[in-house]
Structures are given as C-alpha cells and as structure tokens.
Design a protein. Structure first.
Length: 373
C-alpha cells in the first residue's frame, strides 16, 4: 500500500485479512466502477539460487598493461548465479508493477549497472594485482574472486545475493601489431633463459665427458707403464734421448745446437735418472766419439756401454757410475761433477772452513792451509 510492502510471509499457509465487506461491498464498488478500491497483490518469491546466468561485456575494456606499460583493449565473459535475499528490497527496487520477474528479465534489469561495474572493477583488479596480460588465463580464479567481492555490495542494494561469479573467457587483441610485438618479447625471454640453461648443462656434460676420457686414458697409461716396468720420468727420458740422437743424425750444427739446448732444459726438469740420461747424451754429443770412455766388466772384462747396470756377456750386475757423474747430497740426483748442482744449486765439493778452498773427497786436512777437516 502506498508504495510499501505491508507484510512478509514465510513458507506455509496464511490467512489474509482485508477491508473488503462481502455484501455491502457491492454497493461501494458501484462508485468505483464495480471495482474494489482495496487492492491486495500477493507476490511469490523463489529464493532458490538461480544458476548459469551468463554475462559478457558489450564493448572492449581500455586500460594500460601493468607489466609492459602499453595500452590494450580486452573483452570478458562468464557466468554467475544469483539468489533473492531481501524480498522487500527486491520488490520495491526491481519488481514495481511487474507481475512476473524471471531470470532473463532479472539479467536485463542488471545489465546496465553490471557492465559499468564489471569494466571498472576488471581494470582495478588488473592494476592492483599487477596481472600480466600474457599470464591472465592462469589467474582467472584470482580475477573472478576479486571482482565478485567488489560486485556483492552492488547486488545487495537490490536485495539480491551474488552467490557465484566466474570470468571464463578473456578476449585478447590477437592480430594487433603492438600486442603481438610485446607478446613475442614476453615469451622470448623465457625461451632464451631455457635455451641458455640447456646449453650450460650440455657444456657441463661435455666437459665432464672429456675430463673422464683424460682420466681413463691416464689410468690406462699408468697401468701400461706398471706392467712393462718403467715410470713416466723414464719414459720421458727415453723420448729426450731419442730426440738428441735424431739431432745428431741430422749432422747440421744449427739443428744440433737447438736440440742440445732444449735437451739441457728438459734434463733438469724430469729428475735424476732422466737428467743423467740427458747429460750423458749431451756429453757424448759434445765430445768426439774417439774420446768416449770405455768401461770393462769386473767379472769377465767385456766392454760395457755407458750407464749399463748388467754385463751384456755374463749378466753380472755392475752398478757402475760414470766418472763425470756424482750424487748431489741436496736433491739426491746423479748430476755432472762440478762445484754446484745444476738441478738444485747445492754445493757438490767440500770447502775448507778456514780458507774456503775446495777439498778433495776423503781428505782429512786442507791441502792449502792444513786445517783439519
């Protein structure tokens, strides 16, 4: 009455009292054209949740993409479900003089304000949550929940409860030149990173494989030397001696000089046995073949080659040391006789503590000053 809902009844049977008088009322009705002046309208409101109400934007939403900062236009659509919550407010604000309000009529009544609110809220949610346009599909749940919270007070003002709200589709500006450019840049950064990581892992695998090959080869070489009974230093000494022999065979003074200089450096680096072999080779190269000292086997008298450990005729162990070689007390290597070791610099000849002159091995007194040693 007078634009207000008088009574609100829940589910069940109810008795309605009116001001209509059964008999005399006919007389009053003649004044009003045989129509009662006391009208009573009863509305039945279904409070069941109305599902699968579709919605969609009628135009594109214009906003600035928060990640890359370029203007973009998108559209959106989805579904929602509504339920009548405040019956009085629903009748006064939406029904009015309508005799029937169904789903389609309800959506059409809400369409104008829904489109305005959805466009505004979508732009706000994207900006507040910094949702990347190229990653928006994976954030549809966050997107839907955020917009629903913003829309609920708007629907409640009409006595309607927004039970569910889903954004199911985002229409992107595919084909737009600017959009495609940023799209390529966005996905390219992930492709480049993935490619770099893959290349790095591949390089590591290759490096590990090469290192493993070197280790296996070294182990094989070591096993071969151990089986054949020689060391790496001895193997290098044999190589050096072979190079010296090749330089001597050339017969050119220039080549021989280069070979001898190289061998002298290598001889000091590979150790005592190799050093002895190199120095012997150098001494042999520097002296005429006729002046090479010959050593006889103490057992059978056969001539022994220089540095031989066993006699070639009788097999007797000889352990001979060349006269021009001496054991350095510092580095324990066989080196050429002199005052100082060419390997470590240790003094090879004793010096008299009184006068400083050299003293022969085994002497008990200095030959110069007579100082007792």
């Amino acid at each position: 009455m007078n634009g207000q809902a008088l009574d609100l009844f829940g589910p069940g049977r109810h008795t309605l009292e009116t001001q209509n008088i059964p008999i005399i009322g006919r007389v009053f009705h003649r004044v009003t054209g045989d129509k009662t002046p006391f009208h009573c309208h009863v509305y039945f409101i279904n409070k069941v949740e109305q599902m699968s109400l579709k919605w969609g934007t009628d135009s594109k939403i214009q906003y600035v993409e928060p990640t890359y900062g370029f203007p973009i236009s998108i559209g959106a659509s989805g579904e929602m479900s509504l339920r009548a919550d405040d019956s009085r407010r629903l009748l006064l604000k939406l029904v009015g003089t309508e005799s029937y309000l169904g789903q389609q009529k309800l959506v059409s009544l809400f369409r104008a304000f829904l489109m305005t609110r959805v466009k505004t809220y979508m732009a706000q949610v994207i900006k507040t949550n910094a949702i990347n346009i190229f990653e928006i599909d994976e954030n549809l749940t966050l997107f839907s929940d955020s917009i629903k919270k913003l829309l609920m007070p708007d629907f409640a003002d009409y006595g309607v409860s927004l039970e569910r709200f889903f954004v199911t589709t985002i229409v992107k500006p595919d084909g737009d030149r600017q959009y495609e450019k940023f799209k390529e840049l966005h996905f390219r950064q992930y492709a480049d990173i993935a490619e770099a990581n893959l290349r790095q892992r591949t390089d590591i695998i290759y490096a590990q494989t090469d290192a493993q090959k070197v280790i296996i080869d070294s182990q094989a070489q070591a096993a071969k030397r151990a089986q054949e009974g020689y060391t790496y230093a001895q193997e290098r000494g044999y190589d050096v001696a072979e190079m010296v022999a090749q330089n001597e065979a050339v017969g050119q003074f220039t080549n021989m000089g280069v070979g001898l200089g190289t061998m002298a450096g290598v001889g000091g680096a590979v150790g005592g046995l190799v050093g002895g072999a190199v120095n012997n080779a150098l001494n042999t190269a520097e002296q005429p073949a006729a002046q090479t000292q010959k050593t006889a086997c103490p057992s059978c008298g056969s001539v022994l080659p220089e540095g031989a450990q066993f006699c070639l005729e009788c097999g007797e162990k000889v352990n001979l040391v060349p006269d021009n070689m001496v054991l350095c007390p510092g580095c324990k290597k066989m080196v050429i006789k002199g005052k100082f070791c060419p390997e470590c610099g240790h003094r090879l000849v004793r010096a008299c503590p009184q006068c400083g002159n050299d003293v022969p091995d085994g002497a008990k007194f200095c030959l110069e000053c007579g100082e007792k040693l």
